[in-house]
Design a protein around this ligand. Structure first.
Ligand code: F6P
Length: 323
């Protein structure tokens, strides 16, 4: 391992910069040259590759976003695109690659590995927390805190006006962000893709809460919920009970920014370091993660979503505490 490339891919997440910094610093510590690949797979195909020094990653651990930029790249889905990526890896004589991203990133890495024998290590960087093989993905903790801070503010105005608020959070087709943030804000209801949403049951719950003199109510809606997003759910509630004074807030991309929490900074530093050490120890085609405080290695095929199980105890807890 003389030269290692690193890139960030997919939706950015707070803590990605901390992971890039850890990869570069661990390379330099081990007398390995570190190369930044800009804009994810797009940059690999276009050859946007530049050596990084220790100074290049100074003063970024606290910054949200990613200095390496990110992009979603359709060309990488083509054999020609992957061939161009391979040609650039050879041109820059990269011996291994660290890919920081989510399930789309690792799907691409797994396909690339089948076609070209280039060692790839994945680092789970996504606010969705929908990857198997790590307790938390980088960015998840920060996004949770962003959601809770925003909803606490909405709770103030909901209380002032005795309103029902439906708040949509990200997570693509996973409900991790919605479930844990919903508990964190004391939501009256939490709608997630992993469980069927029955509008009549939701309306009954809201009616019961109103009868129990709840003057304002918060419903957290995961963007991938089967009942639709927050606006669709609000419409359905209005059809059943037009008397609710309700409003909708879609938090959107605010959940992707902000200075990473210390939990995300430490997680990212651990995983960046573990990724480089894995390449040095000839591992490939795995995602590094932290499970029960220990570094874990999960094959890309297993890490890709639909394997990460939701904590159903939390679902029960949400039900009990929202009565
Ligand atoms: O995967 C992270 C994520 O923020 C999802 O939660 C969200 O659905 C998606 O990215 C948004 O993608 P984009 O930033 O391309 O609109």
């Amino acid at each position: 391992m003389k030269k290692i490339g690193v890139f960030t891919s997919g939706g950015d997440a707070p803590g990605m910069n901390a992971a890039v910094r850890a990869v570069v610093r661990t390379c330099i510590y081990n007398n390995i040259e570190a190369y930044g690949i800009y804009e994810g797979y797009k940059g690999l195909i276009e050859g946007k590759i530049k050596q990084l020094t220790s100074k290049d990653v100074s003063n970024i651990i606290q910054r949200g976003g990613t200095i390496l930029k990110s992009a979603r790249c359709k060309e990488f889905h083509t054999k020609e695109g992957r061939q161009q990526a391979f040609d650039n890896i050879k041109k820059f004589e990269l011996d291994g690659i660290v890919a920081i991203g989510g399930d789309g990133t690792f799907t691409g890495a797994a396909i690339f590995n089948k076609e070209f024998n280039i060692p790839f290590i994945g680092i789970p960087g996504t606010i969705d927390n929908d990857l198997f093989g790590t307790d938390n993905t980088i960015g998840y903790d920060t996004a949770l805190n962003t959601v809770v801070e925003a909803v606490d503010k909405i709770r103030d105005t909901a209380n002032s006006h005795n309103r029902l608020f439906l708040i949509e959070v990200m997570g693509r087709d996973a409900g991790f962000l919605a479930l844990r943030s919903g508990i964190g804000v004391g939501a009256e209801a939490i709608l997630i893709p992993e469980t069927q949403t029955y509008i009549n049951e939701l309306v009954k719950k809201l009616d019961d809460d109103t009868k129990n003199h709840k003057e304002s109510m918060i419903v957290i809606v995961a963007e991938g919920d089967d009942a639709g997003g927050a606006y669709e759910v609000a419409e359905k509630i209005k059809e059943h009970c037009p008397n609710y004074d309700s409003r909708v807030t879609v938090l959107g991309h605010i959940q992707r920014g902000g200075s990473p929490s210390v939990a995300d900074r430490v997680l990212a530093s651990q995983l960046g370091n573990a990724a480089v050490n894995s390449l040095i120890n000839n591992k490939t085609n795995v995602m590094v993660g932290i499970i029960n405080k220990e570094v874990a290695f999960t094959p890309f095929q297993k890490a890709i979503k639909h394997n990460q199980k939701l904590n159903t105890d939390l679902l029960g807890l949400a039900e009990v505490l929202s009565c």
